[in-house]
Design a protein around this ligand. Structure first.
Ligand SMILES: *[C@@H]1O[C@H](CO)[C@@H](O)[C@H](O)[C@H]1NC(C)=O
Ligand SMILES: *[C@@H]1O[C@H](CO)[C@@H](O)[C@H](O)[C@H]1NC(C)=O
Ligand SMILES: *[C@@H]1O[C@H](CO)[C@@H](O)[C@H](O)[C@H]1NC(C)=O
Ligand SMILES: *[C@@H]1O[C@H](CO)[C@@H](O)[C@H](O)[C@H]1NC(C)=O
Length: 429
């Protein structure tokens, strides 16, 4: 109310009769109040002509001023939202042009990869198309940042980088967490940000939710007001013919519902890595200690066993839409592995992708969290970094997981330093 606003500014309490108070405030001469008083004076005059100054209630004076103020606020609000609308329109226009440019000369599937799309509009949601939707499912420190960035280097890609960051260092193995998480994944896959308040709030506080989505992040730089606006994100996401996502916090068996949903039309890669390599890499992360889902070999390897039985089932049930690859195989032969992976996802191995591989697989640049590295050496660092005691401890919790996924065990410290930990003959299903 008007009265309390005044007193909260430390002014003398507003009292009747009105005309005397108007004078008093003018004498005090507080700049902002002059305007208010002018308005009040108008009202005072109206009151006088209204002929019942004594019986007039404070509330109705307050209300008439309040509604004037509200009117001003509303107008301002409207101006802001009009400006946002104009910015959205502009950003979408720019991005449509960029996508058109990126997709110039693109080799559409036209029946290859079990996909019929032959032009941009077949794939773009805002034009009624169905995008190619690829998901990489794995766990922390298994090479998904690298693969995710490769997918993002493909033309026209929109990258939902790990959407479940807000759950922090937790594995989701079932309800109730999964019901929430599934709805988030589903909404993002459908480009619907309307109710994703927590997700967007997390993103505002942790930029890396969006930084890997190179096209969105670029727009966030140009249009900072839009970056976390659902109204913008809904339309922006729907411009893209390719949509990718990586998830490290959900176990495979839970993905059945999403794979079953024909509207989503997902293709899912399960990315597997040697648990000894995973745990060695996690040792160097500050966010891992104290979180058993991250530190405990027994939990990691039980998840790997569970993923194996789900993978056997899914590879029969979703022939064209589910695939398994091992991080080590990809690292040893990145070009042919990525080529195989792109065929599976129904993506063209575009020159941009080759450029990305050329610059990211041959040398070590930029420290531990970088995706620039010598890919042939990376997967086996653990042999030198872990003691044999550590390795033996992991191996004792991981017997089944190692065996199922084609990893050999180290017999002693000497053996550990020199052996090849992967069985070459391993093939999945
Ligand atoms: C809203 O915009 C109009 C025209 O752009 C301007 O005349 C008016 O003063 C603005 N109102 C507010 C409250 O900013
Ligand atoms: C995809 O493969 C299924 C069988 O696996 C087939 O029935 C379907 O027609 C194929 N679709 C396209 C677009 O090739
Ligand atoms: C987005 O999701 C909300 C909540 O699930 C739903 O009410 C709304 O209709 C959806 N919007 C679109 C465009 O699908
Ligand atoms: C170390 O382990 C390897 C493989 O299990 C074995 O062949 C070798 O004999 C062992 N060496 C020693 C010194 O125990």
């Amino acid at each position: 109310m008007f009265h309390s606003k005044l007193s909260s500014k430390g002014q003398k309490r507003w009292r009747f009769p009105l005309d005397i108070d108007c004078l008093r405030v003018n004498v005090v001469g507080v700049g902002t109040l002059i305007v208010v008083c002018f308005v009040t004076t108008l009202i005072c005059q109206q009151l006088i002509t209204a002929s019942d100054p004594v019986g007039f209630s404070q509330i109705s004076v307050g209300r008439s001023i309040q509604s004037l103020l509200q009117f001003d606020d509303r107008e301002k609000q409207q101006n802001i939202s009009q400006d946002i609308k104009a910015q959205i329109k502009n950003a979408l226009k720019i991005q449509r042009r960029l996508i058109k440019g990126e997709m110039d000369g693109y080799l559409y599937p036209r029946g290859r990869y079990n996909m019929s799309a032959s032009k941009l509009s077949d794939l773009v949601p805002e034009l009624g198309g169905t995008p190619v939707r690829s998901i990489i499912l794995t766990t922390w420190r298994s090479g998904s940042t690298f693969l995710g960035d490769i997918l993002d280097s493909h033309p026209g890609n929109y990258y939902h980088y790990e959407p479940l960051l807000q759950y922090e260092i937790v594995q989701i193995r079932g309800p109730p967490l999964w019901h929430e998480a599934r709805s988030l994944v589903r909404s993002l896959t459908m480009c619907n940000y309307t109710t994703l308040t927590d997700y967007l709030q997390y993103g505002m506080e942790h930029n890396y939710l969006f930084t890997h989505n190179s096209r969105l992040w670029e727009m966030c730089g140009q249009f900072p007001d839009l970056c976390f606006e659902p109204e913008f994100l809904n339309s922006f996401c729907r411009l893209f013919p390719f949509q990718s996502m990586k998830i490290v916090r959900v176990r495979l068996k839970l993905f059945q519902d999403l794979l079953n949903d024909p509207r989503l039309n997902l293709r899912v890669l399960l990315l597997i890595r040697d648990p000894r390599g995973i745990l060695q890499s996690r040792k160097h992360r500050v966010w891992c200690p104290g979180n058993p889902d991250c530190t405990e070999p027994s939990r990691l390897c039980a998840d790997m066993v569970s993923d194996y039985s789900a993978a056997i089932k899914f590879s029969k049930k979703y022939k064209n839409r589910f695939k398994v690859m091992r991080y080590e195989d990809i690292s040893l032969d990145p070009y042919s592995s990525v080529s195989e992976l792109f065929s599976f996802f129904g993506l063209d191995l575009h020159p941009n992708v080759i450029d990305f591989l050329d610059t990211h697989t041959k040398v070590n640049i930029g420290g531990v969290s970088s995706t620039y590295r010598d890919s042939k050496a990376a997967p086996f660092h653990w042999r030198n970094d872990l003691s044999f005691e550590e390795v033996a401890q992991i191996q004792s919790s991981c017997k089944s997981a190692l065996k199922l996924w084609g990893y050999r065990t180290a017999g002693n410290a000497t053996h550990q330093k020199n052996f090849i930990p992967i069985s070459k003959e391993f093939t999945f299903a």
